[in-house]
Design a protein around this ligand. Sequence first.
Ligand SMILES: Nc1ncnc2c1ncn2[C@@H]1O[C@H](COP(=O)(O)OP(=O)(O)O)[C@@H](O)[C@H]1O
Ligand SMILES: [Mg+2]
Length: 321
Amino acid sequence: MSCATVRCVVCAREFAPQFAFQVAVLDGGRRYFCALECRKAALGDSAFGGQRRSRRVAILNQKGGTGKTTTAVNLAAGIADRGYDVLLIDVDAQGNVGTSLGIRGERTLYHLLVEEGTTPDDVIVPVRGHLDVITADATLALAEVFLARIDTGRDRILRDRMASLRGKYQYIVLDCGPSLSLLNQNALSFADEVLIPVSCDYLALVGVKQVLKTLKDIDQHLGHTVKLSGVVPTFFDARTRLAREAVDTLSGHFKERLYEPIRRSTRLAEAPSHRQTIFEYAPDSSGADDYRRLVARYVSNAAPVPTSNPNPNPTQRPEAA
Ligand SMILES: Nc1ncnc2c1ncn2[C@@H]1O[C@H](COP(=O)(O)OP(=O)(O)O)[C@@H](O)[C@H]1O
Ligand SMILES: [Mg+2]
């Protein structure tokens, strides 16, 4: 009897395969997954289809100014720096993603949602190696009006429009606006997970509770489950009691799903006006360190990682492609 062990390509655990779902032939090679969860993280929902699928994460908090755009831009850029193909979608009419990266799309998310026959490829703008963007601007507010007039399936328009992209990107990051809009519902119908940045003030928990309620509503009304992949404390200042208390409270609620805090950093506030990510603008800053750690944790987070050991395997890549 053979008990040869192999290594799970997602969580690096050694195991002896017993079930058909634990092996997939991809790009001519065998890939092993110790658990269904790892297989899903790498290949998507289809346990036996072996189809490539993006990991889609919405950066959401219904409060404004909690670091959503900063997190979306630097998470997307950091993942792209690791060699994955990433699409960053701006779902906020403020259009801060394009501004932060110094690009303006001729055609934007508005066109994709509203104009019949527009495909994702018509609106995608390549911005850096491995990083593409769909921008937004003030016209996105009109898309909200357009969506409101649709009778059925108005919360799934984005998902339908993106269908032709299947397999092109390993990661899709959605930067959401600070409201409970139809646009955000579209983002959540499309996403598999949410990451919630919360600023370390005394109202931190309120914003998160709103998001959790939204996730529950999406689950109940749209029949689509969105996983909470993590809560990220932002604007953290270890010198203030308020910030430490906010992190303690969040830690009590979210346990291993709480990410390490992103510290308040002048460099992070300055980078967008230089049209750069934090890794380009100030690679040695605390902001770059914090977002590098966030990226490592997010990418290796196919299986939950305890906060006491936040970064056990930063270079592990899920073999999604
Ligand atoms: N950790 C941080 N330290 C200092 N400034 C930050 C930090 N994170 C974000 N900022 C700045 O705070 C403002 C709000 O952040 P942003 O990411 O745009 O929030 P949101 O998208 O949630 O509205 C921006 O000017 C941004 O540059
Ligand atoms: Mg924003």
